[in-house]
Ligand binder design. Structure first.
Ligand code: ADP
Length: 496
């Protein structure tokens, strides 16, 4: 029997009253169930919100550097358990062990970074237009925050939200993705071990439409921070708009790599392989379209296909494997439906596009690296986020045409350009409509101290990571401090 897991509310592991459970399956082998998690209902959510409210009253008064020390201790425990956490991510999500290790490493690096930021939660002072008056701004916590996270980085994305939320003085309720709840469970176990006060971090399991939606609607939640699909993000935004609840959305991408005729083709091919197939194409920054200048399109395509054929697909725990399974059977069906749509719309399938029929790959959500060419910008496979190892090869006459194709898309997260010409590179940096632009490197590979996020349908203009998370998780307060004698007249002279 797989173990049954509980919610974490007010510093205690509490069994759910719900009789619905969600089975957490290993995507490399569906026979392996890692645990059963509750589909939490409104009562449990209210209990967590109440606990977070009670804790907020004291947590917001803990000096920020002390909140940072707690994050640092939590980070050290994540570092201590690096191996075990990485294995767990691979078993639950499917990505290779090496990728899981990088994910865990980034999580504890971010804890170190954020714990130092806790001493730098600064405001500003401004000169007043009146005598003997001090103007200053200070950051204040927002309150109880709901963190709704996806399955593609089941440790790192919760940390991206948890650490800045906590150092700013908020309390949180984490609702992790139902595909990877065990990683969140372990993460919160480590928070408890680090000595977290009850109610500061709460963990609620359940589906998006059920538990997630109820949490978003709860009037006691002041801020919703969400990472996931654009479709779900729209729904959350609508829900939050009704009560004017603050929300922050980090959504999909349809990232393109441009390869120009003057590029180093070996580098461009290697970059494309990394961008396309790492995490089985399930990063929001994964490369999905490759737009190649016509004169080198034939040679690029030939070399890219050659490298793609070398990708070894299998269980991510196996050191010889380059690409693990997709996260779930439903994801695999969804990716395959896009491949079928691509065929119907007249794109030319060069590689992949099938289900494995023999053991051991038939037992999991494995999908082969898949490459199309003759892809036209209007096709569904060129416009929509597939979130799988599926690449659309496209051709463009020159930089202008390539930029037009790249920008002609609803999303704007990440983009990359391979060229040896500095002028072209800078022109592209300026004109690409995306939050992240890479020159001579893949569309993936952001660093934790840089702002992360996108434009257009990728989000609502916020940036995570780096110091920018502080803007999400704090409110500005403007303070006017009079220290002269006849100060009460001051307010009569200003309009607002
Ligand atoms: P994906 O399509 O990649 O699985 P989703 O955007 O559906 O991504 O899910 C990301 C997170 O959002 C998960 O934790 C999921 O449970 C949650 N979620 C899904 N639908 C809703 C919703 N309507 N309200 C709140 N959370 C949701």
């Amino acid at each position: 029997m797989p173990p049954t897991y509980r919610n974490y509310i007010d510093g205690k592991w509490i069994p759910s009253t719900s009789c619905h459970v969600i089975r957490d399956l290993n995507p490399a082998d569906f026979r392996d169930c890692l645990g059963e998690f509750p589909e939490s209902g409104p009562d449990e959510i209210s209990q967590a919100v109440r606990a977070a409210h009670r804790a907020f009253a004291s947590w917001r008064r803990v000096p920020a550097p002390a909140r940072g020390e707690f994050v640092a201790r939590w980070g050290e425990l994540i570092a201590r358990d690096e191996e075990a956490l990485a294995r767990l991510i691979t078993m639950e999500n499917g990505k290779t062990l090496q990728e899981s290790k990088s994910e865990v490493k980034e999580a504890f690096d971010f804890a170190r970074f954020m714990s130092a930021q806790a001493r730098l939660i600064e405001g500003s002072t401004f000169p007043s237009q009146h005598e003997r008056r001090l103007l200053m701004t200070l950051r204040q916590p927002v309150g109880v925050t709901a963190l709704i996270t996806p399955w593609n980085f089941p440790i790192l994305i919760p940390c991206w939200k948890l650490f800045p939320a906590l150092i700013c003085g908020n309390t949180v309720i984490l609702k992790p993705a139902e595909e990877c709840p065990l990683a969140a469970h372990r993460l919160v176990e480590l928070a408890a071990e680090a000595g977290l006060a009850p109610g500061v971090v709460n963990l609620i399991h359940g589906s998006g439409e059920g538990t997630g939606r109820t949490l978003v609607k709860h009037p006691g939640v002041a801020l919703v921070s969400f990472t996931g699909s654009t479709e779900t993000g729209r729904r959350i935004a609508q829900e939050c708009a009704l009560s004017l609840k603050r929300h922050v959305l980090e959504l999909g991408g349809k990232n393109a790599q441009i390869v120009l005729a003057d590029a180093d083709l070996t580098e461009a091919v290697e970059g494309a392989v990394v961008g396309a197939y790492k995490t089985t194409g399930q990063r929001c920054t994964a490369t999905s379209r490759i737009i190649v200048e016509q004169t080198v399109a034939g040679s690029f395509s030939e070399r890219f296909l050659e490298r793609t054929k070398q990708i070894r697909v299998g269980n991510g725990l196996d050191a010889n494997v380059d690409m693990g399974p997709l996260v779930s059977e439903s994801r695999r069906k969804r990716v395959h439906a896009y491949v079928e749509a691509g065929r119907r719309e007249g794109a030319h399938l060069l590689l992949g596009g099938y289900f494995y029929e023999s053991e051991p790959l038939a037992q999991g959500a494995f999908y082969p690296p898949t490459v199309f060419d003759s892809v036209k910008p209007g096709m569904a496979i060129a416009r929509e986020e597939i979130f799988g190892p599926v690449i659309c090869l496209m051709e463009a006459e020159d930089l202008e045409a390539a930029l037009l194709d790249l920008n002609n898309n609803p999303y704007g997260l990440s983009a990359s350009v391979y060229t040896s010409n500095m002028h072209t590179a800078l022109e592209a940096v300026e004109r690409i409509e995306a939050g992240l632009v890479y020159i001579n490197s893949p569309t993936t590979g952001s660093e934790l101290h840089m702002p992360f996020g996108g434009v257009k349908a990728t989000g609502d203009g916020h940036r995570e990571a780096g110091r920018y998370g502080l803007n999400i998780f704090s409110e500005w307060k403007s303070a006017y401090i009079n220290y002269g004698r006849r100060v009460s007249r001051v307010e009569l002279q200003t309009p607002a």
